[in-house]
Design a protein around this ligand. Structure first.
Ligand code: WT7
Length: 634
């Protein structure tokens, strides 16, 4: 490590990359290539697209005739699975490991590209035999097991967009996503392991199917072997279907239009129900390929571990599709980072020779608190790069990650992006000088800025709205069934700019420092939750008349959910009731939405039009000034 440099502004740490990282890197000079890519973004993306295979080439790289509905590689025919699997089995990669999986219970399963391709073909045949057609949305609700990856790829292969619902979500969250997608097929498992206990996924799926009768067939993978209910004529075992004679090992990949949806993924906004973010076969594929290649410098010999869940965009892009498109080996672990001991992750890094580890600040903080010894007892010398995503990483966690996990040898790629952007937007490259807590500079072909209320570029040091000014291929195309909401939510505040919902500032070097959400979206433990979803779960309890949910800072989680509840007439507040309400939200939404704390109140601050002023609640809870109260009506 070179010595930290003191800048004119005070004590600013800058970490320069080790020489061998620079000499191996795909890109040695960010600035000149960035400038070139901004002069002609289409040329940059087109060159990346040419590195992949297409059934038919595009007529146009970017169709910007009706913004904000941008289209990429129009007229082209492809399928993301062709690039992720089909093309590799025709090369030496056929016998290379595509996926290494370790269960929380300790067993390992591995899939070569040949084997993964075979399983995907077989399962795609199963889906087709059940009547799943191009364009049908299949809901996937599974634990972190290889069958989940196979299911996602099989859907994409036959042109049926998947809608993955994170396995930690619960009944209401699952039911409303099934309803919005109008799925007829659900793929799930009997259960999953988490912290040594089993979680009954099929029980939750049964309850959701009872609420949402669109599901005609439910495919169940066996993981825990626990006792479950199987409804005749509706529920089928994955392993039984996979041994039927129809499931031969070859299956034609559906030729898709570049702009056809590859999946929808629901994410939370400030108001209303979750939004189905739509990504495409063509543009999304090119974006995640280019970002993973340049940012994590993935090479054939790498063993890449993105420690997210495939149920989130991070997992979609960088566990499943990205590494496979690059022909790398992707590692996936089923369970909790500290189970059975706090060295679980480090033991796996050593055992599998992981070369690049990509995780979230909340996980880093969680493991940091067990001390250095758990890390130091393992040989982590295989690591050459580290990554962070999900929220701003606090410098203390950054330094620990850098010095203890990375032995001052592994640059940390702090990648800023969103479900909506499909892949990285602001991120270092291995050669970028790093400042702990900053995601540094925009990726090639993308211009970002920090602007004030009037949409004017803010000077260095001033906090403002983080916006994106250039269209890029991985950007969401629309909100499923709600293009109007796509326009108003993201594109209406500043003409011609995509509003990220984050606040940020630039520094004098053009580095971006993301501060956090400007809207009421709650980012905690890396998860994103809409206050409205938590509130509607609370209000569905008979004791609750009204509720408000906000995020407040939390040491480990980044932010934690705090709820304010007005009880119905005649209901007495008590600790027991608060506990019951927390459990109720957990049952409806899943443990990740369970409020940290519930306070009973007599009124809530509201605008005259009746909207809850969550910023006022937040200010009060933090003992800060309440700001402009001209619209309040308590
Ligand atoms: C929000 C998007 C993209 C994968 C995971 C989250 C926050 C994300 C960073 C980062 C600071 C970050 C932002 C963003 N965020 N990465 N490196 N530094 N903040 O996806 O659930 O759609 O959440 O996560 O607030 O808007 P998501």
């Amino acid at each position: 490590m070179e010595e930290a440099v003191i800048s004119q502004e005070g004590t600013e740490e800058i970490y320069y990359p080790p020489p061998d990282v620079v000499s191996q890197a795909h890109i040695k000079d960010y600035q000149s290539l960035y400038e070139e890519s901004i002069r002609d973004p289409q040329a940059f993306w087109e060159a990346r697209a040419r590195e992949l295979e297409w059934y038919r080439e595009w007529d146009q790289v970017l169709d910007d005739s009706s913004p904000p509905f941008f289209k990429w590689f129009t007229g082209a025919r492809t399928n993301i699975v062709h690039n992720a699997l089909d093309r590799h089995v025709k090369t030496y990669r056929k016998n290379k490991l595509a996926l290494i999986w370790e269960g929380e219970t300790g067993e390992t399963r591995t899939f070569s590209y040949f084997a993964l391709h075979r399983e995907v073909c077989k399962f795609a045949n199963v889906l087709r035999s059940m009547g799943v057609k191009k364009g049908d949305i299949v809901t996937i609700y599974m634990p972190r097991i290889p069958e989940m990856v196979i299911a996602m790829l099989a859907c994409a292969k036959i042109g049926a967009p998947h809608s993955v619902v994170y396995g930690g979500f619960s009944v209401e969250a699952l039911a409303e996503r099934i309803e919005d997608a109008e799925s007829r097929v659900l793929i799930t498992a009997d259960g999953g392991y988490m912290r040594g206990k089993t979680v009954g996924l099929k029980d939750i799926a049964d309850e959701a199917m009872a609420r949402q009768p669109t599901i005609e067939s439910c495919i169940v993978a066996r993981r825990t072997g626990q006792e479950i209910y199987m409804e005749p004529g509706r529920d089928y075992w994955y392993h039984e279907l996979m041994s039927l004679p129809i499931t031969n090992n070859s299956c034609q990949t559906e030729e898709m239009d570049s702009e056809d949806p590859v999946f929808i993924l629901y994410t939370s906004g400030t108001t209303g129900r979750p939004k189905g973010v739509v990504h495409t076969h063509g543009g999304y594929m090119v974006h995640i390929y280019a970002t993973l290649k340049y940012v994590f410098d993935l090479k054939d010999e790498d063993r890449w571990w993105c420690a997210a869940d495939p149920g989130w965009i991070t997992g979609h892009s960088y566990i499943v599709y990205g590494p496979l498109i690059l022909g790398a080996t992707s590692f996936m672990y089923e369970g909790a980072p500290n189970y059975p001991y706090p060295n679980r992750w480090w033991r796996m890094v050593e055992n599998y020779g992981i070369t690049v580890l990509y995780t979230a600040p909340t996980a880093i903080r969680g493991l940091m608190r067990y001390g250095d010894a758990w890390v130091r007892r393992h040989d982590l010398s295989s690591l050459r790069l580290l990554g962070s995503v999900g929220e701003p990483i606090n410098p203390e966690a950054w330094r620990w990650y850098y010095s203890v996990v990375g032995r001052e040898n592994c640059p940390i790629m702090d990648t800023w992006w969103q479900t909506e952007t499909g892949g990285f937007v602001i991120t270092p490259l291995p050669v970028t000088p790093l400042k702990p807590g900053s995601a540094t500079r925009p990726f090639f072909g993308i211009e970002v800025d920090v602007v004030n209320e009037q949409g004017e570029s803010a000077p260095p040091g001033e906090e403002g709205y983080l916006v994106i000014k250039t269209p890029f291929p991985g950007m969401m195309r629309t909100i499923y069934k709600d293009p109007e909401r796509f326009k108003t939510q993201y594109w209406s505040k500043f003409p011609g700019m995509y509003q990220t919902g984050d606040s940020a500032r630039k520094d004098k070097d053009g580095y971006i420092w993301v501060i956090g959400r400007m809207d009421d979206v709650i980012k905690g433990s890396g998860y994103r939750r809409g206050p409205a979803e938590v509130e509607s779960a609370l209000v569905s309890h008979p004791a609750v008349a009204e509720a408000a949910a906000i995020g407040l800072p939390h040491d480990l989680k980044g932010n934690a959910i705090h709820a304010f509840v007005i009880l119905r007439q005649g209901v007495e507040p008590s600790d027991k009731l608060a506990e019951e309400l927390r459990a109720h939200v957990g049952h409806e939404m899943g443990p990740i939405a369970r409020p940290e704390d519930i306070k009973f109140v007599d009124s809530l601050p509201k605008t005259r039009s009746g909207k809850i002023m969550r910023r006022v609640l937040r200010a009060r809870a933090l003992g800060q000034p309440e700001g402009d109260l001209t619209t309040i009506e308590e």
